[in-house]
Design a protein around this ligand. Structure first.
Ligand code: THU
Length: 137
């Protein structure tokens, strides 16, 4: 599937402009290409109870599921200066759940796969075996 990085960046910037970040003053926007060709996006939404703030990726995965689901193919995140931003650790996990294997991310050190930025990830398939190290199963 053809990835238009410039378009993804523009969608991420558009999303960033909707950020609600009165506490950190650090607006973030994220956009991703879905395997059916649509683009989903999200912005960070903070809260007076600081720890409850939602990252832009939270909005993005909600948008993904609200608009038909699917798997993420390519991802772009920007800060308030339109510069590429790395998704935080928690958000790499959020993205992993909905990523197509080999999903690409624009990063501060070039294009990388989700597997490179979240090695040996815990994911849906790890739950299929049931009990992990617990031998009760
Ligand atoms: N933030 C995101 O939205 N996504 C990330 O991956 C990194 C951090 C937000 C959370 C908070 O609202 C602000 O950036 C400053 O940490």
């Amino acid at each position: 599937m053809e990835i238009n990085w410039e378009e993804l960046k523009l969608k991420a910037i558009e999303a960033m402009k909707n950020a609600y970040a009165p506490y950190s003053h650090f607006p973030v926007g994220a956009a991703a290409l879905v395997d059916d060709g649509r683009i989903v996006s999200g912005c960070n939404v903070e809260n007076a109870s600081y720890g409850l703030g939602l990252c832009a990726e939270c909005g993005l995965v909600s948008n993904l599921n609200m608009t038909g689901g699917g798997k993420l193919v390519a991802f772009y995140c920007v800060d308030g200066n339109n510069n590429v931003l790395m998704p935080c650790g928690r958000c790499r996990q959020l993205l992993f759940e909905f990523s197509q294997p080999g999903m690409l991310l624009q990063t501060v050190s070039g294009i990388k796969t989700i597997e490179e930025v979240l090695p040996d990830a815990f994911g849906p398939r790890d739950l299929e075996t049931g009990f992990g190290n617990d031998k009760r199963g």
